[in-house]
Design a protein around this ligand. Structure first.
Ligand SMILES: Nc1ncnc2c1ncn2[C@@H]1O[C@H](COP(=O)(O)OP(=O)(O)OP(=O)(O)O)[C@@H](O)[C@H]1O
Ligand SMILES: [Mg+2]
Length: 251
């Protein structure tokens, strides 16, 4: 089934999106992510942060976006994940125009298809490390023992398996960042969005994390965007673009 934006049954779109798991049909499928003429302005008295952004990410594509502080990189990721609404243009995720979905439908689509490493982590301090990482699986209804198996694999992959039972609030900034990364990829999302995911990590943990994020994008036949201020980090992606007041340009 093809996914079309503008459908009046958003839940149908969710069922249809499952067809994308079939790699044989991959070429016929819509881009994982498509931006059309996207613009965002926070207030009428301030200039638009950006306008007229166009971008397409197909299966397996991993893009790094750089840009000065305050240009709107985090804002852009929020729009792509449907956490915020644009003022102009549209975002299509797996061919579904987010503007045609109500908030609940966007949430369901995001839970299944998007993994997000937030710049501010948003790790829940009173949950244990493993409970934080298992959260996306809980929300998708993944049952035991599969839930524990996948959670444990991710904790090992980011090097925090020994901390599984500790509360997140007891951990260092770098350890919390690794929880955020494990949680963003544990449900194998089609679209991985990582906002400065290695800012708190030492060089060797950063390199390990960047390799994990890249592998995640490549093995899930999904797409990914890495926001970073580090050119070395950006070079782990397939291509680099720079966001500034004039838009997105090759960097
Ligand atoms: N919810 C909001 N309401 C109003 N203005 C906002 C909001 N969120 C961000 N801004 C403003 O929009 C601009 C872009 O913010 P954003 O966080 O997207 O920048 P950024 O490129 O991610 O910066 P950094 O590299 O420092 O993380 C900033 O000037 C910020 O103050
Ligand atoms: Mg930011």
């Amino acid at each position: 089934m093809r996914l079309e934006g503008g459908g009046h049954r958003p839940e149908g779109a969710l069922v249809g999106a499952g067809a994308l798991a079939d790699p044989a049909g991959a070429l016929a499928e819509p881009a994982v992510l498509r931006l059309e003429n996207l613009g965002k302005r926070y207030s009428p008295d301030r200039p638009a942060l950006f306008a007229g952004l166009d971008l397409e990410l197909r299966q397996g594509e991993y893009l790094a976006i750089m840009g000065e502080s305050g240009v709107g990189k985090s804002t852009l990721l929020n729009l792509l994940a449907g956490l915020d609404r644009p003022d102009s243009g549209r975002v299509l995720l797996e061919g579904v125009d987010l503007s045609t979905l109500n908030d609940d439908a966007v949430t369901l689509l995001r839970r299944r298809a998007v993994g997000f490493v937030f710049q501010a982590f948003h790790v829940l301090p009173y949950l244990s490390v493993e409970e934080n990482v298992a959260l996306p699986l809980d929300l998708l209804g993944v049952k035991e023992p599969e839930r524990s198996r996948r959670t444990a694999l991710m904790l090992s992959a980011v090097g925090i398996a020994p901390l599984a039972r500790r509360h997140a609030r007891e951990l260092s900034g770098g350890e919390v960042q690794r929880i955020a990364i494990a949680r963003a990829v544990v449900h194998r999302p089609r679209l991985l969005l990582a906002d400065e995911p290695t800012g708190n990590l030492d060089p060797s943990s950063a390199a390990q994390t960047l390799a994990l994020l890249r592998a995640q994008v490549k093995t899930n036949a999904g797409a990914g965007i890495l926001i970073t201020h580090s050119r070395t980090a950006a070079e782990t992606a397939d291509r680099i673009m720079v966001l500034d007041g004039d838009g997105l340009k090759p960097g």
